[in-house]
Every structure is written in C-alpha cells, then in structure tokens.
Design a protein around this ligand. Structure first.
Ligand SMILES: Nc1ncnc2c1ncn2[C@@H]1O[C@H](COP(=O)(O)OP(=O)(O)OP(=O)(O)O)[C@@H](O)[C@H]1O
Ligand SMILES: [Mg+2]
Length: 235
C-alpha cells in the first residue's frame, strides 16, 4: 500500500495550468524518483505536496489521511519534510542554528536526540556545527539541508534536485546518503535531472512532461527505455 498517494492532481499558477492529472505513489520505505526537463512542473509537484501551493483538484494523502490543502506546518507535522531546490540555508547562521530553525517545535531533549541521529548520517553536522552554513562547500550545504529536513522525524522526505551543481564524487556521496536514509525506513520522493544516477538508486520512476506523467515504471526498466533519454530528458 502506498504511504504517500498523489491522485489526479491539478495545479494552476499565475493563471496557467502547471500540473494536469498527476498521480504518484510512494510506498512505505520506498525510493521513488520524478524525472523531467526544466520547467515541466517537478518543483511545483513537491511544493504542492508540502502545502506551499494549493491544488485546484485531486488529492494528496499520507497513510490514508488527506493532507492536500493543509498549511505547510501541518504537512510537516503530518510527517512530510522537504529539502528544497537550491538548499535555502541561512548562510550567516551556524550549521546547528540552521538545524534549530528547522525544528523549533522540538523539545531540547528531542532536538539533542535528532542532532545525534543526523550527525551519525552526516558527520559534517557535528564537525562543522559552529561554522556559518554559507562557509561550507555546495555538497556539504546539501548535507546540512537534508539533515535539517530530517530533524522532525519525517515519514516521507521530498528531495528537490539534491545533486544540482555538485561534482561527480559529491553526487555519489549524496546518493549513498539517500540510500542510507531510505534504509532507515524513511520513504523518499526524489526529483532529479540526473536521470542515470536517479534510475540506478530508485525503485520506481515517473517522467513528467509538460505537467503530465508521460511515462512510469520500475526504475531498472526506465533505465533501459530509449524514450526516457531521447524524448523526455533531451539526452
Ligand atoms: N509561483 C509561480 N507562479 C507562476 N508560474 C510558476 C510559479 N512557479 C513555477 N511556475 C511555472 O511553472 C512551470 C513549472 O515550474 P517548476 O519550477 O515546477 O518546474 P521544474 O520542473 O521544477 O523545473 P526545473 O528543472 O527548472 O527546476 C514553469 O513554467 C514555471 O515558470
Ligand atoms: Mg525545479
């Protein structure tokens, strides 16, 4: 059964239809990827799940409870966290303060417990805890961004282009970490333009094209499907 179920979602922004009848399912503990060219609506899908955009039609449910139309903080409380495109850290603030900003609702004890948990996954968090986030490399900042999104113990993690702008070595490390997060029982919905790496890591994939799901299937099948590279991803 799916943990996160997006069903026939329609989203309009600025008077334009951006998503049309989009249905996506993420099973408990699964790793699902959304691929697609620039501007097809990938970020819009994640932002709508997070409650930042209100859908015009369709439903979004988490463990059977409707979360479509909830405010962003309610969606977070329900168990969905997002590591946004472009990381959006507070560059002048220390790493630990960035984590605090993402978990103001936690008690001191819970905060300390979660810092320990994310530090095990991302040692950078404890090694650099008192350095300004803006002084870290792009890959390190991506780790802090993902660590921040894990502070509230989400059931589903939404990742928007975590590999963007990173060197291949760092991309490999980030994907190893995504695999570890998922091995810890957190379901992941991963938006990526790096189709090759995403299809190697995910169980199931969707290709979004101009606001519609153009293709979907087990990741290993899409990896061998020529249409993915030629028609939809411009590769
Ligand atoms: N707040 C907004 N108001 C109006 N139009 C928007 C808004 N946000 C995005 N759009 C438009 O919606 C379309 C999809 O944008 P979106 O950011 O979801 O695409 P994307 O697939 O994430 O692209 P990228 O690969 O560049 O990150 C684009 O045409 C974009 O211009
Ligand atoms: Mg985007």
């Amino acid at each position: 059964m799916s943990l996160l179920a997006v069903d026939k979602l329609d989203v309009r922004l600025g008077g334009r239809s951006i998503l049309n009848g989009v249905s996506v399912s993420v099973p408990e503990g699964g790793l699902v990827t959304i691929l697609g060219r620039n501007g097809v609506g990938k970020t819009t899908l994640l932002r709508t799940i997070s409650g930042l955009y209100r859908p015009l039609a369709g439903s979004i449910s988490l463990g059977g409870t409707e979360i479509g139309g909830m405010a962003p903080h309610q969606v977070v409380r329900a168990g969905v966290a997002q590591a946004p495109e472009g990381r959006q850290l507070f560059g002048d603030m220390d790493v630990i303060e960035n984590l605090r900003a993402g978990s103001l609702h936690l008690s001191r004890a819970d905060f300390a417990r979660r810092v320990e948990y994310v530090s095990n996954l991302f040692p950078i968090v404890s090694e650099r805890s008192n350095q300004p986030a803006g002084s870290l490399s792009g890959g390190e900042q991506q780790m802090v961004c993902i660590a921040r999104s894990l502070m509230g113990s989400p059931r589903v993690l939404l990742l928007d282009e975590p590999s963007l702008g990173l060197a291949p070595m760092m991309v490999a490390r980030i994907f190893d970490l995504i695999t570890s997060i998922r091995a810890n029982g957190v379901a992941v919905l991963l938006v990526e333009q790096n189709a090759r790496v995403a299809l190697r890591t995910a169980d199931y994939a969707y290709v979004l094209d101009q606001g519609r799901i153009a293709l979907e299937g087990p990741a290993h099948e899409l990896a061998g499907d020529e249409r993915v590279a030629t028609a939809y991803l411009g590769g």
